[in-house]
Design a protein around this ligand. Structure first.
Ligand code: EPZ
Length: 420
């Protein structure tokens, strides 16, 4: 296995172009199961997760080509409705094939995704939603078996104890678009990636209103056709690059980004004293003066994204003052705390809170990635730290950041791979 090595202390300078959003393209590729026509999806990042979803679509009988950021999905004869454990267990997002399989074939057998280091990751809301549409659900040997003679539109309250659910909203939307009648999803997720999926479905001929708000309304149709669609930019990659500019005291022009998807992060960084210059598809992030500590609480969109919590913790770990980070989506999403402390950070975990006391500087050290965004936080810390940092288990990072070494290297970072 490889590890990533960073010689810290370089001020990153230059331009970087953001890739397509991982969390938009995964459900959108699943949505191609709703038609036998060809679907052309552009702006697809070459990631572990996108390649896993391609394997899953092929296992379900789809033809899939992936070339130069373009995924073309075509129907093959033998449509299969079983999403196998060995693929689903490697990527939780594969559970979002449940809705389209049910919508198109009225049956699905999908492995339960299981938990991961950031939390238990239940699927009760997904099952509540498809049951409300008329599906019979049973759990057998770790699989969800779903079937329905027909699906009927329904009112569904989809809020859980932690608020709205992104992939549950996606699954229910994809099951409802071919159901008979009218569906209302209340407490729907409002993330831009849910909106992008809705736009894709509308282009296929679905009738959807309210995407991006807590109330989504769907009028079932009889058939969905092929489509050409370009994925929105990845707001989490963009946010990570914004913090890379600040943590290294650099100056980065971030291109192919939609500032309107990053409202709360921009607001928080301006509260911390950063100067951010925005255009409609770029953000210029230039370090001007020391930041001040700001408190963070993660919430469903448009609140502070949990997927930026670990990265923000790295920045606050070398910002003078005390920062309280409260994780309301995944209260255990703090695997990065112990690794940052190994680099000299002063962070104390108190239940769903982390108390960060800013230190002058971090020092490079061998650290271990535990999940996708924790690896991003260690990468940021390594870029700022004095000396050399080596990050092992970087397959976590490869799940969600396309060509990250190349992008950072072009900005001046001293970053390379070594054999473990
Ligand atoms: C999506 O996961 C993202 N993944 C996650 O990004 C992201 O952290 C998460 O949304 C929250 O924004 C993709 O889009 C592929 P949820 P998802 O259902 O949909 C609870 C990354 O780093 N919940 O919105 O699986 C759940 O436990 C990944 O890119 C239930 O209780 O997350 C959590 O506390 C990590 N019951 C909260 O809701 C359910 O049935 C929000 O989870 C489903 C979820």
């Amino acid at each position: 296995m490889n590890k990533l090595v960073i010689e810290g202390g370089v001020k990153l300078k230059g331009e970087v172009t953001i890739s397509g959003a991982k969390n938009a393209v995964l459900p959108i590729m699943a949505a191609s199961l709703l038609t036998d026509d060809a679907c052309v999806i552009k702006g697809v990042p070459d990631l572990r997760d996108t390649n896993t979803m391609i394997k899953i679509l092929r296992s379900l009988g789809k033809g899939v080509e992936f070339d130069k950021g373009i995924v073309t999905v075509t129907a093959l004869k033998n449509t299969n409705y079983v999403a196998d454990y060995k693929l689903v267990s490697t990527m939780r997002a594969s559970f979002c094939v449940l809705g389209p399989l049910l919508g198109k074939l009225k049956k699905a057998k999908v492995s339960l995704p299981g938990g991961c280091v950031i939390g238990v990751r239940p699927v009760d809301l997904h099952l509540k939603g498809v049951r409300a549409l008329g599906a019979d659900i049973s759990i057998e040997s770790g699989y969800v078996l779903a079937k329905a003679d027909k699906l009927k539109g329904a009112y569904i309250y989809l809020g859980g104890v932690y608020g709205s659910s992104v992939l549950a909203t996606d699954n229910v939307m994809m099951a409802a678009v071919l159901a008979n009648g009218h569906t209302i999803i209340e407490a729907a997720a409002c993330e831009p990636e849910v909106v992008d999926l809705a736009e894709f479905l509308i282009k296929m001929g679905a009738k959807i209103n309210g995407q991006g708000t807590p109330i989504i309304e769907i009028e079932g149709v009889g058939h969905l056709h092929g489509v050409v669609h370009t994925i929105i930019p990845d707001r989490i990659e963009a946010g990570t690059m914004m913090l890379a500019a600040l943590i290294t005291k650099g100056d980065i022009l971030i291109k192919n980004v939609l500032p309107r998807h990053l409202g709360v992060l921009i607001d928080k960084l301006e509260e911390a004293g950063a100067n951010i210059v925005k255009s409609n598809n770029s953000i210029h992030m230039r370090y001007r003066k020391p930041l001040n500590a700001v408190n963070i609480t993660t919430l469903p969109y448009p609140g502070f994204p949990t997927d930026m919590q670990a990265q923000m913790m790295s920045l606050m770990s070398i910002t003078p003052g005390i920062t309280i980070i409260t994780e309301k989506i995944y209260p255990d999403r703090f695997m990065h705390v112990s690794e940052l402390n190994r680099m000299g950070a002063h962070i104390q975990r108190e239940g769903p809170h982390a108390i960060v006391e800013g230190v002058k500087a971090l020092s490079g050290a061998p650290v271990m990635a535990s999940d996708l965004r924790a690896s991003a936080s260690l990468l940021l810390a390594g870029l700022a730290a004095r000396g050399k940092t080596s990050i092992s288990r970087i397959y976590h990072l490869e799940r969600g950041y396309e060509n990250i070494e190349e992008k950072l290297g072009k900005l001046g970072a001293k970053i390379w791979r070594e054999k473990e």
